[in-house]
Design a protein around this ligand. Structure first.
Ligand code: FES
Length: 169
């Protein structure tokens, strides 16, 4: 299992596969401000929500006023600015990850923590969500636990990692 720590603080790391995915989408849309909603969809599908530093990255790339991006995000109910839970577990269920066992990972998470995608524990310590593709298909199955990408991970490994995270408070 390989772990890659991703920077959340200021700018998102350019090595983050999810940022590469968003960058590719922005280029595909030719940096058109009109493509903002589609780009935000790509970002939310990759992160499970819209982190502030990612919104800033998109704002800068499209040369838009931050107020326009923020008002778009808050206008549509399907966009979320907050992750669910103190710790977040984002399981990629895109084709490559699905073929390599993403469903087994989700099944094990449900068995161990009683959580289905979109749910959070009663104490708000853990939230589970799914992504359609986080742009790291060569590392399938991939799971992002907080800001760490867990590549080629087994169900047992990710459950152990979650337990370690939850235990440290
Ligand atoms: S399908 Fe999981 S990273 Fe692309």
């Amino acid at each position: 299992m390989k772990n890659t720590t991703l920077t959340q603080d200021v700018e998102p790391a350019k090595t983050d596969p999810r940022i590469k995915l968003i960058t590719a989408k922005i280029k595909k849309e030719n940096y058109k401000p009109d493509a903002l909603i589609e780009i935000l969809h790509t970002a939310q599908n990759a992160y499970g929500y819209l982190p502030m530093n990612v919104l800033k990255f998109i704002t800068k790339a499209l040369h838009l006023p931050p107020s326009r991006v923020y008002s778009t995000v808050t206008f549509y109910h399907f966009f979320s600015l907050k992750s669910k839970g103190e710790h977040t577990c984002l399981v990629c269920t895109g084709t490559a990850c699905y073929v390599k066992g993403a469903q087994l990972i989700l099944n094990e998470i449900e068995k161990q923590f009683g959580l289905k995608p979109g749910q959070v524990t009663a104490d708000n310590k853990l939230g589970v969500s799914v992504a359609r593709c986080i742009g790291a298909c060569g590392l399938a199955p991939a799971v992002v636990l907080d800001e760490e990408v867990h590549a080629k991970v087994s169900a047992e490994e990710i459950v152990n990692s979650i337990n370690a995270k939850i235990a440290v408070q």
